[in-house]
Structure formats: C-alpha cells, structure tokens
Design a protein. Structure first.
Length: 253
C-alpha cells in the first residue's frame, strides 16, 4: 500500500510537471510566436523557409529572431517574408564561400551569419572567400566579417575594406581592435554615416536568443547589425527589407 501511494504521488508530480512544461512551450516556441504575429498564410511560408534553412544547417534561429523582431517593430508581413527569404539565401552563399575557401572545412553558425550580414551590406562572395583563404589558421571569421560589412556600410569600397581587415588579421589584431576600425575611418569615407553606430561582432550575442526581446518592441535586439526600417505605409521611410532601399537614418535589414 505504501509503495502504491508513493508511485501514485510520483506519477502525479510527473504529470503536473509535464503539464507545466507543455503550458510554457508555446510561449517560448518561435514557431508558435510567429503564427501569433503573422497572418496564417505568411507565417506558414516563413516557417517553411526557416525549416528549409535548418535542413541545410544554416542558422535558422537567427531567421526566427529576425522575423519576430521585425514583426514587433511593425514591419509589414510581406516585407518580413521577403527579408527572411533574402537573408536565408545570403546565408547559403556565405556558407558555400567559406567552406570552399577552406577546402571543405565547416563554417560555424556565427561565421555564416556574419558572412550573410556582410553580403547584405554590399560585400560579395568572392571577398568572403578571399578573407577565409588569407586569415590565420583557426581564427574565427565572425568578427572580421561583421567589421568588413560595417566598413562597407560606412562608405568604404568593399575591396578596400577587405584589404584593411586582412592586414589587421595578419598583424594578429584582436577582435576588440578590429571592432574599433569603423570608428577610425577618415571623415570622407564615413561622410553621411556618422550618425550610425559601428556594427561589430558583439552583435553575435543577440542572435543566440531566438526572438529574445522581440515582444518588447525590439528592445532585445540592440546592437544587431540588421537595423529595421519604419513600417511600410509610413511615407517614404517604409523601405522594403532586403531591397537595398534605405530611408534616411535607418539601416537596411
């Protein structure tokens, strides 16, 4: 009898715990949150694109975070779908460029995401490959790629940005030293960009929390290189994510 009582108590406790965990899952599940903030047909297409990226071993969590962040900031659903799709394409290109340049060595999720961000800011796949071939063995390219993208975004030609970062890597510069490079650009290179913060590898931390802070109107996405435009329909400021059109004072997602 005592044993039966203990078994029933243990079973009841396990059932209660499972129920609590089940109740918590939807709130923390990016898929459920995306379905809650996007129209049903858009949500399904976005989730299918993210699932495809995950199957290709791309940083799918970063795509979930991107969609949730944009939704929290009022970006139109169609623009969110377009931005997620374009970023997934860039991730695939970055992964191929890095892997081929390293003779098949696998790129990390951080490096793939950083490569995609650099491409979003105008750096091509050839530059990503060139950096991978020239970097010291064993050196993570996440921060260097973010810095190249930031330099390009601030007005420096991508080939010159690549050369500068390559030179600093050969000189064994630390990540912190690389991150300081955008702020050191000559005035003419940064003309018209002085109001924009340097975008560096420190943004990687934000991508580890898929959707973190998105419900708080983007408060959890601070420091992320992909700044979000104003919502579509707000006059000329409503640039479409991923199209290259950038409203004054806002970054291209």
């Amino acid at each position: 009898m005592l044993r039966s009582t203990r078994l029933l108590a243990a079973f009841g406790a396990a059932t209660l715990l499972a129920g609590r965990l089940g109740a918590q899952t939807p709130a923390n599940d990016p898929s459920a949150r995306l379905r809650a903030v996007l129209p049903p047909e858009v949500a399904e297409r976005v989730l299918a694109r993210i699932a495809e990226a995950r199957a290709r071993e791309l940083p799918a969590a970063a795509l979930e975070n991107r969609a949730l962040k944009f939704a929290a900031r009022g970006v139109a659903p169609a623009d969110i779908e377009h931005s997620v799709s374009e970023q997934a394409n860039r991730m695939g290109e970055a992964k191929r460029a890095l892997t081929q340049a390293r003779g098949g060595q696998r790129a990390t999720a951080d490096e793939v995401e950083a490569g995609a961000e650099a491409m979003r800011q105008g750096v091509d796949g050839a530059a990503v490959s060139a950096l991978a071939r020239s970097a010291p063995s064993g050196r993570s390219l996440a921060v260097p790629l973010y810095v190249i993208g930031s330099l390009t975004d601030r007005g420096l030609p991508s080939d010159e940005a690549l050369k500068r970062v390559q030179a600093r890597l050969q000189a064994r510069a630390s990540d912190a030293e690389l991150q300081a490079m955008p702020a050191q650009l000559p005035a003419q290179a940064a003309a018209g960009q002085s109001h924009r913060p340097a975008e560096t590898g420190r943004a990687l931390a934000a991508t580890k929390r898929a959707g973190a802070g998105a419900a708080g109107a983007g408060a959890g996405a601070a420091g992320r290189p992909a700044n979000v435009p104003m919502a579509s329909g707000a006059g000329s400021a409503g640039a479409r994510p991923g199209t290259g059109q950038r409203p004054a004072g806002a970054g291209q997602p």
